[in-house]
Design a protein around this ligand. Structure first.
Ligand SMILES: Nc1ncnc2c1ncn2[C@@H]1O[C@H](COP(=O)(O)OP(=O)(O)O)[C@@H](O)[C@H]1O
Ligand SMILES: [Mg+2]
Length: 593
């Protein structure tokens, strides 16, 4: 399994950084304020040791105790200020950060909504969900972990170095002697932890993908007794994940103590060399103490930097993936020059249409078909003949490679996409219900549809008797994905949905194949009412539906092979005749009318 998480990005990529920063533009003021506060906080951190030096040298050493309380007050003031400044800095920066993340999540989702079906054919759900969640979270870390304070840290390090050199440049140089060692240790750690970090991320992604797949397919796992095998696979992934995490902990558990030791060595050097200076009188006691205090402040930010680099790197990799998604071109969209249909009558024409999902694998070949306004056309054919594809092209889920699809006298590619799709009502074999009530699933957010219209539609499609048995009627909640409803009930809900939206053209794709015999009669009646006065394309499983159609089109291996009425086609003794013998004939015996 290849995971995009495996790519090892740069720690810093100017192009990505500029694009990320562009998201901060609307919150520019906040960022500037936060930046100023970061610098102020860092400067305030430098105050303490200086005050210590002043207290020791100018007051204690000379026995002047009267001014001590003033210095103490300044010291406390500096601490309080540092607290206040840091508070506002963190608050303001995080607020801006959260806004940016919300903007980004919004942008990703709205882009996903625009993308064409072929994109979703290629990209599994899990991967796309990761973009909106995990990858955005990686950017979140960028803000919350205080990577932004990197600037403040660097500023403070430079400040400390400046003050140390100012206090005693020789002692400063001695103190800095450990820096090369620290640098080397940090570089080694950084390189190692980068690899481990990637390992952790990849394994988290693999674990997530596995969990998702198995939860969705839990029934299959249970029905086929695959629990143990799947648990074995899971345990292995789980183990690898734990291993990677332990490895990372191991690195940290070595790195931080080493930094501690180096910091202790630096202090040792200060004591050793500075002690001598102190005795010689070239360094004051206050300066000596301040040196030690500063050097303590010096090492922590340095060791933190490597951690921050990791977060930065993770954020870079994530933003790269997010931007790749955002840059995916929307191929199917409303054209610049829309042609409004002159006669918006629900007529359909396929003009010599050839279509392939991929390359030259033609799924439809030279299809010519005209459906007159108000006509009902049944499409029959073996599984994989291209029936569903035909309807997908009508609504422009995909674009044809050859010929044209014409709705209401205008090529679908010249339509306003939203308007085009509003022409259609679609009832599929698998009904997708959203969380909400039965009524909200019929209305689908169209507030112009009244409650009465919904009740009426429910009645027309024979949903009312079942609804009457529910405690809350149409306002009954559907469990997620309608798991608590039978296929037939869901089907009727989708009929009601199509009916209230009153589409010009109705498409039924094997809409009645899932229905239990009990509901069959209800569905058949509902269907009759639904098809009235409407252009309809019916991909049918039920003989009754097919017989009722004005014309039957036989699709075979992507070609239209026969067109006619039930009787005509039977008389032809061709493909339809054989299909009838195989699939449809027995239905009359199963469900006598
Ligand atoms: N999204 C898709 N990507 C690639 N190939 C597809 C896709 N959908 C369907 N096909 C292929 O196109 C052919 C026709 O499929 P379809 O129109 O669904 O047939 P039918 O509805 O008649 O059973 C099949 O060979 C199927 O494998
Ligand atoms: Mg199909």
């Amino acid at each position: 399994m290849l995971h995009e998480e495996q790519t090892l990005g740069k720690v810093y990529d100017g192009r990505l950084m500029r694009r990320l920063l562009a998201y901060l533009a609307p919150y520019k003021m906040r960022v500037v304020i936060s930046f100023v506060l970061v610098l102020a906080a860092s400067a305030l951190k430098l105050v303490g040791p200086i005050l210590t030096k002043i207290v020791i040298d100018d007051y204690i050493a000379v026995g002047n105790l009267s001014g001590l309380s003033t210095i103490a007050a300044i010291y406390i003031l500096a601490l309080v200020l540092q607290f206040v400044v840091s508070y506002f800095q963190i608050y303001i920066m995080n607020m801006a950060g959260q806004r940016v993340l919300a903007d980004m999540r919004g942008e990703i989702f709205s882009h996903l909504q625009k993308l064409q079906s072929s994109f979703f054919d290629r990209n599994p759900v899990g991967r796309l969900v990761t973009r909106v969640t995990t990858d955005v979270d990686a950017l979140n870390e960028l803000f919350t972990s205080g990577v932004v304070t990197i600037f403040g840290d660097i500023f403070m390090l430079l400040g400390i170095m400046g003050v140390l050199v100012y206090l005693d440049w020789k002692l400063a140089l001695v103190t800095f002697a450990v820096l090369p060692a620290l640098f080397v240790v940090t570089m080694i750690f950084k390189r190692r932890i980068r690899v481990v970090y990637r390992k952790v991320r990849t394994r988290v992604a693999m674990l997530n993908a596995f969990i998702q797949e198995n939860i969705v397919g839990m029934q299959v796992v249970q029905l086929f007794g695959q629990e143990e095998r799947k648990f074995g696979q899971y345990s292995e992934l789980n183990r690898q994940h734990t291993e990677a995490n332990i490895e990372s902990i191991l690195h940290y558990s070595i790195f931080y103590p080493v930094v501690e030791v180096l910091s202790a060595v630096a202090i040792g050097l200060i004591v050793w060399y500075g002690g001598g200076q102190l005795l010689l009188g070239t360094l004051t006691l206050g300066g000596f103490v301040a040196f030690i205090q500063y050097s303590e402040k010096f090492f922590r930010p340095i060791s933190d930097l490597s951690e921050k680099f990791n977060i930065l790197q993770g954020a870079m990799a994530s933003s790269e993936r997010i931007f790749t998604l955002l840059d995916t071109e929307v191929e199917i969209k409303t054209p610049a020059h829309i042609i409004a249909p002159g006669r918006d009558d629900g007529s359909i024409r396929f003009d010599n249409v050839s279509f392939a999902y991929e390359g030259e694998d033609w799924v439809l070949k030279d299809v010519d078909l005209t459906v007159r306004p108000g006509e009902t056309v049944a499409v029959v054919g073996h599984t994989g003949a291209g029936k569903s594809t035909l309807t997908g092209l009508l609504m422009r889920l995909y674009d044809v490679q050859k010929g044209q699809v014409v709705v209401g006298g205008v090529d679908v590619r010249d339509w306003d996409l939203k308007k085009l799709r509003r022409q259609f009502g679609m009832v599929l074999q698998d009904v997708h219900l959203f969380s909400g009530t039965i009524a909200s699933n019929i209305r689908l957010g169209d507030q112009t549809i009244s409650n009465e219209a919904i009740a009426e539609a429910a009645r027309i499609v024979n949903l009312d008797k079942w609804v009457a048995t529910l405690p809350r009627g149409l306002d009954e909640k559907v469990a997620e994905r309608g798991a608590s409803m039978s296929a037939g009930q869901k089907q009727l809900v989708s009929f009601a949905r199509a009916l209230v939206h009153d589409p010009k053209i109705l498409i039924l794709d094997e809409a009645t194949s899932n229905v239990d015999t009990h509901t069959e009669i209800l569905v058949r009646e509902a269907l009759e009412r639904l098809l009235e006065n409407r252009t309809s394309i019916v991909i049918a499983h039920r003989l009754s539906t097919i017989q009722r159609a004005d014309r039957i089109v036989v699709l075979h291996k992507g070609r239209v092979r026969e067109v006619g009425t039930h009787q005509e086609l039977l008389a032809e003794r061709g493909i339809y005749y054989r299909l009838y013998q195989l699939q449809y004939k027995d239905q009359e015996i199963e469900t006598p009318v």
